[in-house]
Every structure is written in structure tokens, then in C-alpha cells.
Design a protein around this ligand. Structure first.
Ligand code: GTP
Ligand code: MG
Length: 601
């Protein structure tokens, strides 16, 4: 694959009110530019004749969709056609949701948009809402097609009226269309040639309008960003390399470049770039999907974003100020948990605060800060369960967009305006620095796991005072040790009087104390050990802090005592009892279930 050789490609989205003629126009474009498969037009026409149906150009899209869907799943018609100048991928977005979804998560993000308005019906609410979404998503290049000119006798006055009114609305939302173009999709007028019916119209036809869009060349000059889509392991014996697969959103990367992943902040170097057709590549550009292998094995997961350490760091936080476009039938409920998707990351989210709400079709501010209804746009603060990596939309629109789902259904989407601080901001920045300096061992995590027959894990035993945490921790250490495990019980005091000697006794040092315990744990976990730590009444935010410092998904939390006195979420609750043995067995079973230690069957 040589990314520069192929003909220029451009992604365009077509939007507009229902039945205003999007599919018809695409069908026309396909046939006029001779982009249809041989015999397709005749085949669809024949089929219509056989079923005594009037042929519609829109049917072409459905016919193509059927063919495409056998290979890949698509929920929005992606249609390919070409002019002399370039190849186009056009997204026919039948509704807001498909449209938003494609803009935010779709493989092809639109660089330009066509808004279709029916000359006879005029501007409708969705003509406005789609305009609003485009503006919000930062798509600057738009042209407006005034379709069905045949129904208004190709009237210049009607066309001019739409130009005037719609320009006004668009300029209110800061969109300035490159042009307005009158066409008739059904008769093919002004699609690929200028016709006498529109003698008063002197500018180019629709194909010219498309070719006049400019390629967004600037993405390649932006910082490198690639969302990790998947991590594949080579399956052949003794080969423990991984391929990190994703699509480049901006910037470029070459073999040998240093690469950092966020939110974890882990660093390595690109060893090879594997393309999906099998041939190795030296450099990757925006829009290309590929797999990276790394020189040093680090553990990254889906949802992380790959960047170059010398370029601008993405934001990492669990609090975001956003502009949210709501499409769910049910209004947004504060405190309800939804799912946020940013790039390939998926995180539980809830609304912390609503700053203001406006109606996207009238631009009126709505007089409530409590309920976000369907089709409203709200500026609000989102609180995530886990931090994500992203850029603000101003910095880089492609990584500053998100969607919100409820029960797997997309309910809304929008743009990230600002990264707000959360409780872990200061600890996180220390972790990033530490990770950027981290000396990677030649023995990787899996080799250690194989050797010791266990997955390194932090077992946190917490609960009220005098609930017998320490005796249980020590018995557990003994039990696992006798089973041949590599295990250690670390008394908190061991850290307090040593590593913490400089801060001990100072006020407000609880967070720093915990950070140091977690840093010590992080080093011990890197050795492959099962580490047992006890602490009184850990809260949710204490666990968050610990999980900011140590690798993800490596803690098991046990609450001891009848009553849970904090907001911590635990994996196992055990009553305080006089017989630690029973408790130890319960914890051991949990570790087996979690795959930390081997479970005989
Ligand atoms: P949805 O996908 O359902 O939102 O509709 P659409 O925007 O894709 O519209 P489509 O192309 O399906 O056209 C809707 C209807 O308008 C069809 O019956 C078309 O035949 C008709 N139509 C489309 N373009 C024109 C036109 O230029 N003139 C006339 N008279 N009818 C048209
Ligand atoms: Mg359609």
C-alpha cells in the first residue's frame, strides 16, 4: 500500500428533510458519472417494469445496498462514485441518528456536506437541525441543493427566496455555504450538465459543485491520533507480539517513531506497520487503517488513543464540558447512567450539570436547566466512570466528538468543548511522567504469569476498624505461599514510616500517602506478584486514585464487616468472623474465578 499513489478520495455526507430527494440525487450522480456497475441501471429498470412500478433513481441505492451488505454490515448507505477529478464516498444519512453516528464513529468522516431542500416544500425543521449538527461538528464546507425545481417551474424567485431565508439561518449558526444550486433530481437537470430549463442559473452543475470542495489537507499536519480498535495476538508458538489495530485520524506515523498511548500514558516504539493486504508499510496517513507492532511489549487496550510523545498530548479526564445534541425519545435524566463513546472508548457517563439548553430548529434558549428533550442542544458537564483520552473540538474536531447511547441505542452526540479537572488530575500527570520515563523489562508480563502460574494482582482488603483485616491478609498470604504462589502482604505502615518519612504527620497527606502506596504496589505488580494490602474504610475515590496509578483491571477489593460504611464498590463482602480460614477460602475462590490463580475443575 502506498498511501499517496491512489486517486484522491473525498467523504461527503448528504442530509436534508425526509423525502426532499437525497437518494434520488445520489442515484442520478451514480448514473450520470457512469459509476454504476455494468448493467445495474437496466436491471433495476427492468425489475420495476416487471412489477409495474415506476422506476426511481433512489431504487439504485437500495439495490447497491443489498449487494454491499452481503460483505460488510452497513447501517447507512455508503455509495461510491467518481468524477474525473476524484473518487467520492457519499453517505446518505436517512436520519439524525445515523448521521451523527457516522460523523462520530463511522469509518468515513465527512469532509464536506450537501444539504438538500425541496423547492416546493421549502425549509423544514430538519433542514435546520441538520444544518445545526453540521455546524456543531465543525464541518465548514457545505453547499445547499435546492431540489425538485421541476415542481416549481424552475422559478428563480422561489430559488432566491430559499437562498435568502436559509442563508440567514445558517449564518446565525456560523455556517456559510459555498453555494446554493438549483436541480431536479428526477429529470436530471443540472446534475452533470447545465440545461436550458435553468437558463437564469449561470454557475456550475452539481458535479462541478462537488469537485469544487477542497480536500482537507490540513489533517496530516495535525498531531498524530489513532484510536486503538483492537489488539490482536500472533498465535504462532513462541511469538508473543501483538498487533495494535486502528485507523489514523490525523497526523502520520513511521516505523521507528516513538508512540504513547493514553489514558495509560505508556510508551513504546513502532516496530512495523502491517497493512491489511499483507504488505508492510513505512508510513501511515489519515484515513488509513493498519496494525502496529511495537518494539517493547506494553499492554494497551481498545479505546486508548495512540499519539507521538513529542506532539501535543491529548486531554485525559473523567469530566467534560460538552455541547450535547439529544435525539432520544425519552428526555435526558440527570444522574441516569448512559454510555459515552469517544473514538473506540466506551465509558459509563451521567450528566453532572446542565448549563443551558437551546432548540436546534429555532435557536431559542429554553427556560429550564433540568430536562433535555429530543432535538434540544445542551451545554452541559458530563461525569464519566473512567477517564478517556480525547482532544477538544477546537484543538482537533476528529477526536473531539462523541456519542451517547442508552441500552446500546444511540440517543445523542456532540462535541467536547473543554476538559475539566477531576479528582485524579494531579496524580495522573505524575503517572504520565513516570510512564514516559519507565524502563521496560525484557521479561514481559505474560512470561512472568506463565512462570509463576498467576496473574499479578493487587488484593485490597478494606472495611471498618477491628474487623480482622490484617489476620485475614496474613493468613491469605500464608495460604497462597503454601500453594506455591508468588505473594506478599505489604503492611501500610511499612510504607508510612519509610517511603513516607518526609510527609508523615503533615496535614492533608492522605492522598499523597495513598499515591505512594499505589506507586510501591505498581512496582511490585510489575514483578508478577500477588500483593495483599489492608486499609481502613477505602472510599470510591481512593480506589480511583489507586487505579490511576497501577495498571487497569488489576485490583480485587474485599470489604470486611457487616456494614459498608463508604461508597466503595467491592468484589466480595465478608462478615467479620473469628475464623479467618473460612474468609481466606472465600477470597481464594474469588481469585480463582477471576483467573488470578489456576482453578482446578
Ligand atoms: P428519505 O431517504 O426518505 O429521507 O428521502 P430522500 O430525501 O432520499 O428522497 P427520495 O430521493 O427518496 O425522494 C423522495 C420522493 O421525491 C420520491 O418520490 C422522488 O421521486 C421524489 N423526487 C425526488 N427528486 C425529485 C425531483 O427533482 N422532482 C420531483 N418532482 N420529485 C422528486
Ligand atoms: Mg433516501
Amino acid at each position: 500500500m502506498n498511501c499517496h499513489d491512489s486517486k484522491e478520495k473525498m467523504n461527503i455526507v448528504i442530509a436534508g428533510h425526509v423525502d426532499h430527494g437525497k437518494s434520488t440525487i445520489i442515484g442520478r450522480l451514480l448514473s450520470d458519472t457512469k459509476s454504476l456497475p455494468e448493467g445495474k441501471l437496466e436491471e433495476v429498470k427492468e425489475r420495476c417494469a416487471r412489477n409495474s412500478k415506476i422506476f426511481e433513481y433512489a431504487f439504485l441505492i437500495d439495490a447497491l445496498k443489498d449487494e454491499q451488505s452481503q460483505g460488510i454490515t452497513i447501517d447507512t448507505a455508503r455509495v461510491f462514485f467518481k468524477t474525473k477529478k476524484r473518487d467520492y464516498i457519499i453517505l446518505d444519512a436517512p436520519g439524525h441518528i445515523e448521521f451523527l453516528k457516522n460523523m462520530v464513529t463511522g469509518a468515513s468522516r465527512a469532509e464536506a456536506a450537501l444539504l438538500v431542500i425541496d423547492a416546493q416544500e421549502g425549509i423544514k425543521e430538519n433542514s435546520k437541525r441538520h444544518g445545526y449538527i453540521l455546524s456543531m461538528l465543525g464541518i465548514k464546507q457545505i453547499s445547499v441543493i435546492v431540489n425538485k425545481m421541476d415542481l416549481v417551474s424552475y422559478s428563480k424567485d422561489i430559488f432566491d427566496g430559499i437562498v435568502k431565508d436559509y442563508s440567514q439561518f445558517l449564518s446565525d449558526i456560523n455556517l456559510h455555504p459555498l453555494c446554493f444550486i438549483p436541480v431536479s433530481g428526477i429529470t436530471g437537470i443540472n446534475i452533470s450538465e447545465n440545461n436550458k430549463e435553468l437558463a437564469w442559473y449561470k454557475d456550475g452543475n452539481l458535479v462541478d459543485v462537488l469537485d469544487n470542495f477542497e480536500k482537507e489537507a490540513s489533517l496530516i499536519n495535525k498531531p498524530f491520533r489513532m484510536f486503538v480498535q483492537d489488539v490482536y495476538k500472533f498465535s504462532s508458538f513462541g511469538d508473543n507480539r501483538r498487533i495494535i489495530a486502528g485507523t489514523v485520524h490525523s497526523g502520520s506515523i513511521r516505523t521507528g517513531d516513538e508512540i504513547t498511548f493514553y489514558p495509560s500514558g505508556k510508551k513504546s516504539k513502532v516496530k512495523t506497520i502491517e497493512s491489511f493486504n499483507g504488505s508492510p508499510v513505512k508510513e501511515l496517513y489519515p484515513g488509513y487503517a493498519a496494525g502496529l507492532t511495537l518494539q517493547e511489549q506494553i499492554y494497551v487496550t481498545r479505546g486508548e488513543i495512540a499519539v507521538k510523545p513529542e506532539e501535543k498530548r491529548p486531554e485525559v479526564t473523567s469530566r467534560l464540558k460538552v455541547s450535547l445534541f439529544w435525539l432520544g425519545k425519552e428526555p435526558v435524566v440527570k444522574d441516569k447512567e448512559y454510555t459515552l463513546k469517544v473514538g473506540t472508548a466506551k465509558v459509563p457517563v451521567s450528566i453532572e450539570k446542565i448549563n443551558r439548553i437551546i432548540d436546534a430548529s429555532t435557536l431559542d434558549e429554553i427556560n429550564t436547566k433540568e430536562i433535555i428533550n429530543r432535538h434540544d442542544v445542551a451545554e452541559c458537564i458530563l461525569k464519566l466512570k473512567k477517564p478517556v483520552a480525547f482532544d477538544t473540538v477546537e484543538e482537533l474536531p476528529v477526536t473531539g466528538r462523541f456519542i451517547v447511547a442508552d441500552n446500546y441505542e444511540i440517543r445523542g452526540g456532540g462535541i467536547i468543548l473543554e476538559a475539566l479537572e477531576d479528582k485524579q488530575t494531579s496524580v495522573r500527570s505524575k503517572v504520565f511522567r513516570r510512564n514516559s520515563k519507565w524502563e521496560q523489562s525484557m521479561i514481559d508480563k505474560e512470561q512472568r504469569a506463565e512462570k509463576y502460574n498467576q496473574r499479578s494482582t493487587l488484593v485490597l482488603i478494606t472495611g471498618g476498624k477491628n474487623t480482622g483485616k490484617k489476620p485475614v491478609a496474613k493468613s491469605l498470604e500464608r495460604k497462597l505461599f503454601e500453594d506455591g504462589k508468588f505473594v506478599y502482604f505489604m503492611g501500610i505502615g511499612n510504607v508510612l514510616y519509610g517511603v513516607d518519612a518526609d510527609i508523615k504527620g503533615k496535614n492533608n497527606n492522605k492522598e499523597e500517602h495513598l499515591r505512594r502506596v499505589a506507586e510501591v504496589a505498581n512496582i511490585l505488580l510489575d514483578t508478577g506478584i500477588i500483593l495483599i494490602v489492608t486499609a481502613i474504610e477505602l472510599r470510591g475515590e481512593d480506589i480511583e486514585l489507586i487505579e490511576t496509578v497501577i495498571p487497569a483491571d488489576r485490583t480485587v477489593t474485599i470489604w470486611m464487616g457487616e456494614e459498608v460504611t463508604t461508597d466503595v464498590s467491592y468484589d466480595l463482602k465478608v462478615r467479620e468472623n473469628k475464623n479467618p480460614e473460612e474468609t481466606v477460602n472465600k477470597i481464594k475462590r474469588l481469585l480463582q474465578e477471576r483467573g488470578v490463580i489456576f482453578k482446578p475443575w
